[in-house]
Design a protein. Structure first.
Length: 260
């Protein structure tokens, strides 16, 4: 009976603190620890986080040319290619489809000289495009200009082809040949918005298979990375290059001979 009386004491103390005593069936015997109370009282303190709120994050650094005046000027030697002058100089092409990126590249809009409309340019990354690297490295000529017809062998997913399409403009045309079905799917999706790109999913070793799709072109750009890439270029050039036409070839030595 003495222990049972102490259980009542536990109930009395529990009430002000949120009910440590109370409903516990074992309280009459052991002093009344039971009950639903204590957790309810302490749980209410968790709400302190709400009034404080989260600290505002610091703004991220702007992209290329963000928040600063930039000047875009034509390249001295390559028509259709532009250079952005600013904090960080960059090679650029005029975007054929404003508002659209192909591989999440940076875009820069500047006001036109004659009109108030803005002109959008795309940054041409020389670390992702051999043709851009050639221009930055000081190559003599790429033989491509606005209005040119270009046969591009080894188009992959269309990273460089999209810039060549910008370069030749709506009056030119780029015929991109790619053998891989996976890369060819990306190439086709890119060509849906750039109407001057003709994607061809075929083996460049057999140009007769796409002879009905490709007219005579001004220049061939070959980036096939195969041991017989010179032969692949020659058979395509014999079939498609105009008189006084040109070619540009990207040679990766390890693809020709692994001992080099």
């Amino acid at each position: 009976m003495v222990r049972g009386f102490d259980g009542g004491r536990g109930g009395g103390r529990g009430a002000p603190r949120g009910g440590r005593g109370g409903f516990g069936g074992r309280g009459m015997d052991r002093g009344g620890r039971g009950g639903f109370g204590r957790g309810g009282d302490r749980g209410g303190r968790g709400g302190r986080g709400a009034p404080r709120g989260g600290r505002g994050g610091r703004g991220g650094r702007g992209g290329l040319g963000a928040g600063a005046k930039v000047l875009v000027e034509p390249h001295d030697r390559f028509p259709g290619v532009f250079i952005m002058r600013g904090k960080d100089d960059a090679l650029m092409t005029k975007n054929l489809v404003p508002g659209e990126s192909v591989y999440n590249e940076k875009r820069v809009s500047v006001e036109g000289k004659d009109t108030t409309d803005k002109i959008e340019y795309r940054v041409w990354n020389p670390f992702r495009s051999k043709l851009a690297a050639a221009i930055v490295g000081g190559v003599g000529d790429i033989y491509m200009k606005p209005g040119s017809k270009v046969l591009y062998l080894g188009g992959a997913s269309g990273t460089t082809i999209s810039h060549v399409a910008d370069l030749v403009g709506p009056t030119g045309c780029v015929y991109g040949v790619e053998f891989s079905k996976r890369s060819g799917r990306d190439l086709v999706n890119m060509a849906k918005k750039r109407t001057n790109v003709i994607p061809i999913i075929e083996d460049a070793r057999h140009p007769q298979k796409y002879r009905m799709l490709v007219p005579m072109v001004d220049v061939i750009f070959a980036d096939v990375a195969q041991p017989d890439q010179a032969r692949i270029l020659s058979v395509n050039a014999a079939m498609f290059v105009k008189n006084r036409g040109h070619f540009v070839i990207s040679i990766k030595a390890s693809c020709v001979d692994s001992t080099v």
